[in-house]
Design a protein around this ligand. Structure first.
Ligand code: NAP
Length: 473
């Protein structure tokens, strides 16, 4: 299969193509277009040309297009899940869950398209403002560049394209090189749903080359990026006056206080640690357990994690499959050996086969070990203990990241203290940090990024507020 670019409502050939390999089998899935700079400029040209039409399109029409896209994805649920599983090695069960969430995300976008509204401003509240009626409107920005990662190839595209179209913008989408097919599939649904040509363009190719062309072009009014902190920082430093939203990484933590019903919460904690091979920005990486229940916690956690089925992503039973690349497996394993060299105890996993790193659990890692202070983005968790709840909060905060944190506690006072003192974008009381539904505000502090997604919040960042004032006499 040859996958061309998608520009101005058409499949467009380019000069170079790159083989796309299945991370688990190593087999070739497709030949994917590598956009040249001229292709990216062509995509921006068509997005710029389509911008006026999109800005003038009635809200109910934008809403209908988004609802149709949600319906098409729902109809093709199994096909979409297999596509995700093949190109990203996400286990089929998790891929289906991603497709279901993608349907929700476009549904929310469709609903949000109908309620983009401003305020009336009481101008006479200030001396000199008398005799006026004023209101605000939210106008689309125009061309938005969306750059997405490999780990949720459909739903993270939806978190950018959904609100962008809901607000009447046009988009040039650059998906991750390992997961281009999901993005092209989505473009085909938008085309079928009646989105005007040029309103959504997809260009694949090297992140640096395509990214640089998008960032350099003044017609692009905003860059919305989800990916690693290093690339996020690069975009921020080079984007000039463009708006920038950055959804970056984390080393998310969970606090488990005394009195927690361990057997009740254990399956959920294990899922939060190992789902999609730990390649989730809010995957549980650090766990802090109250000391007197720690022994019990570790034995139940290791038992539950040891039950996970490891292997082929297309197998119905698989929980943990191949990581995205052999280099990432190597990197994770070297961080594990470093931690063990520094005194951490490896109690489960550590070994890999066919790019699958087995669920790995370490105890008592040092805060300075990479598995603790960097984002591992692999099925690797370490468990530490605490006696003082507030100390545990301090340890969670001692991180360069701050996306979400989870706290299990039955003590209301502690729960409120955690809610106000954890320095993150979202605090999940009596839940894992990995919890997300697609309409909630979502994003990080510190090196986890700037800005918020969750359709309504993304729409805010994808519109410009205009004030209109009528002088009455
Ligand atoms: P990545 O390497 O940063 O890549 C993300 C996207 O950026 C890809 O499309 C990539 O293209 C592109 N890119 C690479 N270099 C670029 C450059 N110089 N300029 C512009 N674009 C460039 O991240 P990843 O490995 O795909 O994803 C994992 C990271 O994403 C983790 O850190 C994870 O925590 C984060 N993430 C965050 C969230 C969130 O919502 N906060 C959600 C999911 C993932 P190529 O693929 O062609 O290199």
């Amino acid at each position: 299969m040859k996958q061309n670019l998608w520009i101005n409502g058409e499949s467009v050939e380019t000069e170079n193509y790159r083989p796309l390999l299945n991370p688990y089998t190593g087999g070739q899935i497709a030949e994917v277009a590598e956009a040249a700079k001229e292709d990216v400029i062509r995509a921006i040209d068509s997005a710029a040309e389509a911008a006026r039409g999109m800005a003038e399109m009635d809200a109910h029409k934008r809403a209908d297009i988004l609802r149709k896209v949600a319906d098409y994805i729902q109809e093709d649920r199994e096909e979409c899940a297999r596509l995700i599983a093949e190109e990203s090695s996400k286990p089929l069960k998790a891929a289906r869950a991603e497709v279901d969430r993608t349907v929700m995300t476009y549904t929310f976008a469709s609903e949000e398209a109908r309620r983009i509204q401003g305020d009336t401003i009481p101008m006479d509240a200030a001396p000199g403002g008398e005799g006026r009626i004023a209101y605000t409107v939210k106008e689309p920005l125009g061309v938005i560049a969306a750059i997405t990662p490999f780990n949720f190839p459909m739903n993270l595209v939806a978190h950018k394209v959904g609100p962008a179209i809901a607000a009447g913008n046009t988009v040039v989408l650059k998906p991750a090189s390992q997961t281009p097919l999901s993005a092209y599939k989505i473009a085909s649904y938008f085309h079928r749903a009646g989105l005007p040509a040029g309103a959504l363009n997809v260009v694949t190719g090297s992140g640096k080359n395509v990214g640089d062309a998008l960032i350099a072009d003044d017609r692009v009014k905003k860059v919305t990026f989800t990916g690693s902190p290093a690339v996020g920082k690069y975009i921020r430093e080079n984007a000039g006056l463009k708006r920038v939203t950055l959804e970056l990484g984390s080393n998310s933590a969970l606090i488990v206080d005394e009195g927690t019903d361990l057997s009740k919460v254990m399956p959920r904690i294990v899922t939060g640690a190992f789902s999609n091979q730990g390649q989730v920005c809010i995957s549980i990486q650090r766990i802090y357990v109250y000391e007197t229940i720690a022994e019990d916690f570790v034995s139940q956690f290791v038992e539950e994690a040891g039950r996970l089925k490891v292997g082929d992503p297309l197998d119905e039973e698989t929980d943990v499959a191949a990581m995205i690349s052999a280099e990432d497996v190597e990197r994770a394993q070297s961080w594990i050996s470093d931690a063990v060299g520094n005194g951490a105890e490896l109690v489960l996993g550590g070994e890999s086969e066919q790019q699958v790193l087995k669920p790995t659990v370490l105890l008592n890692a040092k805060p300075t070990d990479k598995i603790s202070c960097e984002e591992i983005f692999a099925p690797v968790v370490h468990i530490n203990t605490f006696m003082d709840f507030d100390e545990a909060i301090t340890e969670v905060n001692e991180s360069q990241f701050g996306l979400q944190a989870g706290v299990y506690t039955n003590d209301l006072q502690k729960a409120f203290r955690a809610a106000s003192n954890l320095h993150v974008g979202g605090v999940m009381i009596n839940d894992i940090p990995t919890f997300r539904v697609d309409h909630m505000p979502y994003g990080g502090v510190k090196q986890s990024g700037t800005g918020r997604e969750g359709i309504k919040y993304a729409v805010e960042e994808m519109t410009e507020l205009k004030l209109v004032s009528f002088k009455l006499d």
